[in-house]
Design a protein around this ligand. Structure first.
Ligand SMILES: Cc1cc2nc3c(=O)[nH]c(=O)nc-3n(C[C@H](O)[C@H](O)[C@H](O)COP(=O)(O)OP(=O)(O)OC[C@H]3O[C@@H](n4cnc5c(N)ncnc54)[C@H](O)[C@@H]3O)c2cc1C
Length: 399
């Protein structure tokens, strides 16, 4: 009998498993992952940014976990020799309207304790990013770059080698059976008996909650984020990270430039409704998953409210020149011939029944389970802190 079984071998699931063993090494903890390797979905397809906590509402779970997670991540990487670089970033306003929003963002950053951020003028932007245009910007020295595939490998190594934690790959959780004092988790390969289930299934966290008997009131809507990368001879256009001022109505940051830790420079991601949860290509389609998304009353309200934004994202997905135009707002001299396609990622974005795209992290509890139902960006940065939060909830119930 396992004490705690985690469904999902992404960065949140493995960080939770690691924390459980650090606090209570004798607990029997296992992670069940449907793929042949860990971190194959959101964790392995993201922008690789260590976020500072600038954007998030003071007091929210995102703000708290991002700032705590940032420090824990850096400590872990220093200890385990995982490369990262705190190169800093610019958030750039390109007109007076965006300047107002930039000021709100600046105040938010200060409230979140980021004392070293500073506002810089249009001319000063050139000192940091000579090819960037803007009327004003915030320089955020805390922001960094990292490869989260290396980070999750590091978590898993400590979990397995130092604490003999179990990771069962190729185990797709199909259903659970409630045996009153314990739970059976049935996968395509075998049945695991456990006292508690922790659901960290990312894009499928709504499904895993439902198959374990939770009548959860949210759906995970998949939003594909498509990227281009700068060709080798044009990488010099970007020194570090350049972000636009985000649309306050939308939980995404807008297409940005990111120098990756491997030396590539990526541009993106956009945010297009995906017709399949793990649909990394534009042509990927699952009738069931598409149907489940569009019949959800909350998502119908989102479509009604934001159809213009959605159409814009779709247009930029189909048309490279429209995507380039969005990038030219920040770097006017960039042309579509400077860009080549890069791998896409798919975000798990929770949507409630009333039509809200959930902005904050969300964790729900029931008799046999703890369900991490919304862990979008910056959940990779925040993973050790979210892992601690979830592990504390689990330990309270088990010990
Ligand atoms: C395009 C993009 C850019 C991003 N950029 C950043 C960034 O720069 N910085 C940052 O901090 N965050 C970023 N994020 C967010 C971050 O990557 C995610 O929030 C984080 O990886 C979520 O981790 P997770 O473990 O919850 O989910 P995942 O990594 O998706 O893991 C969930 C796991 O559950 C498994 N699973 C699902 N169903 C089952 C089942 N039935 N049985 C067994 N296993 C199952 C899946 O196979 C998967 O491995 C980005 C995300 C995306 C998509």
């Amino acid at each position: 009998m396992l004490d705690i079984t985690i469904v999902g071998g992404g960065i949140v699931g493995i960080a939770t498993a690691l924390r459980l063993k650090e606090v209570s090494p004798n607990l029997k903890v296992a992670v069940l992952e449907k793929e042949k390797g860990i971190g194959q979905h959101q964790t392995g397809h993201n922008s690789g940014v260590i976020h500072s906590g600038l954007y998030y509402k003071p007091g929210s779970l995102k703000a708290k976990n991002c700032i705590e997670g940032y420090n824990q991540l850096i400590d872990f990487c220093e200890k385990e020799d995982i490369p990262f670089e705190l190169c800093g970033k610019l958030v750039v306003a390109t007109n007076d309207q965006e300047k107002k929003q930039l000021n709100i963002l600046y105040e938010r950053g200060i409230q979140n304790g980021l004392e070293k951020i500073k506002k810089i003028s249009g001319e000063e932007i050139k000192n940091y990013e000579p090819h960037c245009f803007g009327v004003e910007a915030i320089h955020v020295p805390y922001t960094g770059i990292i490869d989260y595939k290396e980070v999750i490998k590091g978590y898993a190594k400590v979990f397995q080698e130092s604490y003999q934690g179990e990771i069962h790959l190729g185990n797709y959780v199909e259903k659970t059976v409630n045996r009153s004092s314990y739970l059976e988790i049935v996968t395509n390969k075998k049945t695991f008996k456990t006292k508690l289930l922790v659901n960290c299934a990312g894009l499928y966290s709504d499904r895993v909650a439902r198959v374990s008997g939770n009548k959860i009131d949210i759906r995970i809507i998949p939003f594909r984020g498509e990227y281009y990368k700068l060709k080798e001879d044009r990488k010099g256009l970007v020194k570090n990270l350049i972000y636009p001022v985000p649309d306050p109505n939308f939980p995404f940051l807008g297409v940005h430039f990111t120098r990756m830790i491997n030396g590539e420079v990526e541009a993106g991601p956009n945010a297009v409704f995906a017709f399949k949860k793990e649909g990394y290509r534009k042509t990927d389609f699952s009738f069931n998953e598409f149907f489940n998304s569009i019949t959800w009353p909350g998502f119908q309200k989102v479509i009604f409210k934001y159809w213009q934004t959605g159409m814009g994202e779709l247009y930029r997905s189909i048309s490279k020149s429209a995507f380039t135009k969005a990038l030219q707002k920040l770097i006017p001299e960039i042309t579509s011939s400077d860009l080549e396609s890069a791998e896409a990622g798919v975000r798990a974005q929770a949507c409630d029944k009333r039509g809200g795209l959930l902005d904050d992290f969300k964790i729900v509890e029931d008799k046999f389970g703890i369900h991490v139902c919304n862990a979008p960006s910056p959940a990779a940065t925040s993973s050790l802190s979210i892992g601690k939060t979830v592990a504390d909830m689990a330990l309270k119930r088990i010990l």
